[in-house]
Design a protein around this ligand. Sequence first.
Ligand code: AHR
Length: 334
Amino acid sequence: MGKNFRRAGAAVLAALTATALVACSSEQAPQGGGESPAEGGSATDTIVLGFSQVGAESGWRAANTKSIQDTLTKENGFDLKFSDAQQKQENQIQAIRSYIQQQVDVIAFSPVVETGWDAVLEEAKAAGIPVILTDRAVDSDDESLYESFIGSDFVLEGEMAGEWAKEQYDGEGYKVVELQGTTGAAPAIDRKTGFESAIAGSDLEIIDSQTGNFTRTEGKQVMEGFLQKHDDIDLVFAHNDDMGLGAIEAIEAAGKVPGEDIKIITIDAVKDGMQALADGKINYIVECNPLLGPDLAEIAEKVIAGEEVQKRIVVEDQAFDQEAAKEALPDRQY
Ligand code: AHR
């Protein structure tokens, strides 16, 4: 079992480290954009890292998995054990227990829902195995149960979506339907909160809101239901691109024009979403950067080396309107 990290793969890591991170604490330099701690030293042990992924529910998730698998390679000093929880908390808990049993060096996971992790995280702590959260946070009073969280500010993403909606459509009495992410998941809770707080005081009104579980299929099904129930929908706020893309299919099948008859705002900015935005079928997308592999590698190396790490590392996201999407698409990595 490796207790030091291999100082290798500097060029690969540097090339892969595309994510711009904003440190919450001002005392420490931002992670992920500068020199990697993996640069320059001699080879020692491999870090065995057990990663429990949420699932394969969206284009975002596929890009996130690829970033992790492309970065945590043997050449970069990692032995990655990867499992897909198929959007089920019990599968993640089972995977984490199995990593504890295998005595991996580090456990990392993206929690499908926010609550219910304390018991298994206490088991990891008792076994002396550090835990890193990626993408989604846990709701726990005990911050000692994990070393660091790396991911986006989901409340801010919801706010950015709501601010744009307000700026464009306030005063027109818009009726909004919301396609929520997985019930109990941090991005679903936080994006809803952010959007609602941003449109407060405007005349935009959320007339219906249901989960589409972050998938294209369920987004389409829920949108079909909304269209049958309401004949006055002006705007869809979808918590991710995939559900927005499902909504486009439902809107077109109902004989309406997405992006015109019914406006659409989504979050993620993966290629398919950006293409639909450039094609005029989506009106605005707030980015959620999935390229977390290089930052996870860096934090894992620091933790194993006994270095201090930031408790919360926030990834910076941008937003795109239709013109910006046309410009960004040719260089889009995911
Ligand atoms: O946790 C990030 C969210 O999970 C992404 O926005 C969504 O596409 C994914 O399923």
